[in-house]
Design a protein around this ligand. Structure first.
Ligand code: EPU
Length: 435
């Protein structure tokens, strides 16, 4: 699906960005990564065809589709962003190590397979290295629903002795996006009522619940911290369109502000962006909204602001990294506090190489604004670190070579092409595979 091969044998390795060009024009948002990676496995819950539209063309989606194929699902690409999934003939409940380790979202196979077949064998998930990322709350939920869980030989074995799960009252000790969605997947077919307390409220949770409801599930309260799922009813195939990506929208809003640009973002959901819009307005950026369009304009001269990452509707951790790039050129000192992940500041070393003045103390970064960043070779250490490097490269003087593009391709569809469409100067650097 994703074209990371530019021509036969060649692999995209770097974005070479000549900075200093204000972004202008319109750009359309793709489907939400973190919704797609749960909605696609949800198709496992039915004998029948699910047609999913607005699927982002990114490598994490390619991986999930690869896993579904491996399990025996029929995967038909109707076009690059529409897929039909038929899981009627799925015959395996074990996900191979090599596939699962490549992405975080492979944990959703546990909930979906347990829900449909009463058993799952899945290796612990991979994904971006942001420090320790336990999944104890997922497993606690499955256990409460009657699954026996063993973790051994590098696999998670989950199985219900009766072959079915039952409803349960589950209080999450930490507000977890992944656990909330995984329990939704498992509970949709479970017998009786499941209640998730202290649930996460992110837009992709509502999207997954809407998809499951379109398949005949009975889920109420998604988007609040108490979700009730009445299971036990057979589900059916459905047509569904994934919501626009909140984090891609935010990254492009930040890029527009960072370059002193004037950009209209289309196909977005402005209410998902309120925490970012509020911060940009506080910095002196013009932000206005109209239906599914967000207009961002900046003439520079930005004010420093403080950011604290929080669960939705707070400031998203996934925008902390690109936002910090923007803060490097604000007037004054900004304080960025990361509360979700213990190790999401690795990219700051790369920003320093471009002239940023940032100190990190534990989970806080103190950003003292500088006049400008200077282009340098930098590395994307994870997906959103990649977004941070791109924003920094767009606003820096000179040339920035961003390597580690494979991380960026996990979650941003054609980010370079979209930015070039707005007037950015970005070239792709490729190398021949195996060299
Ligand atoms: N946590 C636990 N136990 C659990 C689950 C989570 O202690 O069982 C902790 C985590 O260690 C973390 C916090 O709770 O400190 C929040 O983790 P959460 O479960 O919400 O995150 P996740 O499911 O691992 C998803 C996204 C991330 C995004 C976070 C927060 C997917 C595939 N990943 O991760 O996306 O940062 O929610 O919104 O949906 C990204 O897109 O770049 C990305 C990292």
């Amino acid at each position: 699906m994703i074209e990371n091969h530019i021509k036969e044998g060649a692999v995209l390795t770097k974005y070479v960005i000549s900075g200093g060009n204000p972004l202008h024009g319109e750009v359309e948002i793709s489907g939400a990564k973190n919704a797609a990676v749960a909605i696609l496995p949800a198709a496992l819950l039915v004998d029948g065809v699910c047609r999913i539209e607005n699927v982002p063309n990114i490598s994490d989606v390619t991986m999930i589709l690869g896993i579904l194929r491996d399990l025996g699902a029929e995967v038909r690409m109707i076009n690059p962003t529409t897929v039909e999934l038929d899981c009627s003939h799925v015959y395996k409940q074990n996900v191979p190590y090599e596939l699962a380790r490549q992405i975080r979202a492979s944990y959703y196979l546990i909930g979906a397979l347990l829900g449909r077949f009463g058993r799952a064998e899945v290796p612990p998930p991979g994904g971006c290295d942001l420090g320790v990322r336990p999944i104890d709350q997922h497993l606690k939920g499955f256990y409460a629903m009657g699954a026996e869980i063993q973790v051994e030989n590098g696999f998670i074995y989950a199985a219900s002795p009766t072959g079915r799960l039952h409803g349960a009252q589950i209080y999450l000790d930490v507000v977890s996006v992944g656990a909330t969605m995984n329990i939704l997947l498992a509970a949709a077919l479970a017998d009786g009522l499941t209640v998730i307390e202290n649930a996460a409220k992110e837009p992709h949770i509502v999207d997954l619940a809407n998809f499951l409801n379109s398949m005949g599930a009975r889920i109420k309260g998604a988007g609040t911290d108490i979700i009730r799922i009445t299971g036990g009813r057979e589900l059916h195939g459905s047509n569904y369109t994934i919501i626009p990506d909140q984090i891609e929208t935010g990254t492009l809003m930040i890029a527009a502000a960072a370059t002193g640009g004037d950009v209209v973002i289309t196909g977005a959901i402005p209410t998902h962006m309120e925490s970012l819009s509020a911060k940009l307005l506080e910095m002196g950026v013009y932000v206005s909204e109209d239906d599914d369009r967000i207009h961002v304009r900046s003439e520079g001269n930005l004010r420093a602001v403080n950011i604290k990452t929080q669960v939705y509707p707070g400031f998203p951790t996934d925008l902390q990294q690109p936002m910090t790039s923007l803060l490097t050129i604000a007037n004054g000192s900004s304080i960025v506090t990361e509360t979700i992940y213990e190790a999401r500041f690795k990219y700051i070393e790369e920003l320093r190489r471009m002239g940023a003045n940032i100190r990190v103390i534990d989970r806080t970064a103190i950003v003292d604004g500088v006049d400008r960043l200077i282009g340098a070779p930098v590395t994307a250490t994870d997906l959103r670190a990649g977004a941070s490097m791109i924003v920094a490269g767009l606003m820096a003087d000179g040339v920035t070579e961003v390597s580690g593009v494979k991380y960026i391709m996990r979650g941003y569809e054609d980010i370079d092409k979209k930015l070039i469409g707005l007037g950015a100067h970005i070239e792709r650097s490729v190398k021949m595979g195996g060299l």
